[in-house]
Design a protein around this ligand. Structure first.
Ligand SMILES: NC(=O)c1ccc[n+]([C@@H]2O[C@H](COP(=O)([O-])OP(=O)(O)OC[C@H]3O[C@@H](n4cnc5c(N)ncnc54)[C@H](O)[C@@H]3O)[C@@H](O)[C@H]2O)c1
Length: 386
């Protein structure tokens, strides 16, 4: 591809432009002057830091900067082969942008959205060439995170999926393909890591430090759920949960926690303003002071990891992604220590089914129903092939 367009130079747009500019000429359009100014400053600072740390050479820095052209008007994007939109998460604003772009671009141009939660199919339906529309979901920070989820709309021509996958691989990314469903792969499967931890905490079964201890020590997760929610930001984490829940027709498995909602309402957003589950934003604060593993920790770890496995199995059952892509997405997108399907094999499919069934029998809530895939595998003695 000769020319890439990026619309929006906020957190994601700027990161995507930096990734693409290592390889292609990139046209960046930012409609808000103050955001553009900040983006230009921040790009230079980031690139200088990378040079200082020896991560890129001074000549690569210069190459990236010369590859980036800041557009004054969207019409300058008329010769782009691919335009990636990374503006505010608002359906109407995005639709308006795609409508404007559609009047500018050539017939061969691919339009892509970096949306985290809106329907790719719905957005595709708003453009004249929906077959050339696709979701390209980068993770934050885009230059550091290897994973990119590619989400074809119902209308997307399969050749576009291949073109985009090849391009992203050239940019050094690992790609997975997800069906257009709320949360795609990572943001859907990861929900129980937060919500089941909150549920255990809300029920008074354990304190947050105990839950974090269980998940880091027994599970090998880099951060416990409460530490991680503080790090992500409660506004962001809560919003994703609420969208995945409501967009899945209020599926009980994704039900948000009132405890987290209260944090958001109070403006306790986590590390970004030093208020959250843990009082300070000190990343070195030891949230897992325990040293002794007790049976309650084992119970907590099994409950959360099996809920994650159940979600991964359901994602496979409904054909949202392949088994390999599910494993790649969770290990590369959110740095899980193991793929969840492999983890299911290790723990035993029977153990996973029994854990889900015990929760379901006790709570009598749909939230704890076992994925039909796991139940079928239990009956037939199968394991996951990944
Ligand atoms: N931040 C993340 O972790 C993350 C990860 C993956 C995807 N995303 C998605 O990427 C997109 C951008 O998110 P972000 O985190 O970069 O946001 P941001 O707040 O950093 O940037 C928002 C961008 O939207 C533009 N914008 C705001 N109001 C606008 C308007 N009325 N018209 C046109 N442009 C407007 C801003 O100028 C800026 O370029 C969203 O769709 C978001 O869901 C975010």
């Amino acid at each position: 591809m000769k020319q890439i367009g990026v619309v929006g130079a906020g957190t994601m747009g700027l990161g995507i432009a930096q990734v693409a500019a290592q390889f292609e000429r990139v046209l960046v359009y930012e409609s808000i002057e103050s955001v553009r100014f900040k983006a230009q400053q921040s790009l230079s600072t980031k690139l200088n830091m990378l040079v200082e740390k020896g991560k890129i050479s001074p000549s690569s820095k210069d190459e990236i900067l010369t590859h980036i052209h800041w557009c004054k008007d969207l019409s300058e994007m008329k010769h782009c082969d691919l335009i990636i939109e990374a503006i505010r998460e608002d359906l109407q604003i995005k639709k308006d942008l795609f409508s404007t772009l559609s009047d500018i671009i050539s017939e061969k141009c691919i339009l892509a959205t970096n949306t985290s939660s809106l329907s790719i199919t719905g957005l595709a339906a708003s453009v004249p060439q929906p077959d050339k529309f696709i979701g390209i979901h980068f993770f934050n920070p885009a230059p550091m995170m290897q994973l990119v989820e590619i989400i074809p709309a119902l209308q997307t021509d399969p050749s576009i999926i291949n073109l985009v996958s090849e391009l992203l691989r050239k940019w050094g990314k690992i790609t997975v393909i997800a069906k257009d469903t709320p949360g795609f792969i990572v943001n859907k499967i990861a929900r129980p890591y937060y919500s089941e931890a909150l549920r255990i905490y809300d029920e008074g079964i354990a304190q947050m430090g105990e839950i974090d201890f269980a998940m880091t020590t027994l599970g090998g997760f880099r951060m416990g759920p409460f530490r991680l929610m503080d790090f992500i930001g409660h506004d962001v984490n809560y919003a994703v949960t609420e969208i995945v829940w409501s967009e899945n027709y209020f599926e009980p498995r994704f039900k948000p926690s009132i405890t987290q909602k209260k944090l958001v309402e109070a403006g306790f957003l986590g590390d970004k303003n030093g208020k959250g589950f843990y009082a300070s934003a000190n990343k070195n604060e030891n949230s897992t002071l325990n040293t002794e593993i007790k049976s309650i920790h084992i119970e907590i770890f099994h409950r959360i990891v099996v809920m994650l496995i159940n979600e991964a199995a359901d994602t496979l059952y409904y054909g949202i992604a392949s088994a390999n892509d599910i494993e790649t997405a969770m290990t590369k997108g959110v740095n899980y220590p193991k793929g969840l399907l492999n983890w299911a094999n290790e723990l035993g499919i029977s153990f996973c089914v029994e854990t889900m069934d015990k929760l379901y029998d006790f709570y009598k809530e749909d939230r704890y129903r076992c994925s039909p895939l796991l139940s079928n595998m239990y009956k037939s003695g199968e394991i996951f092939y990944v």
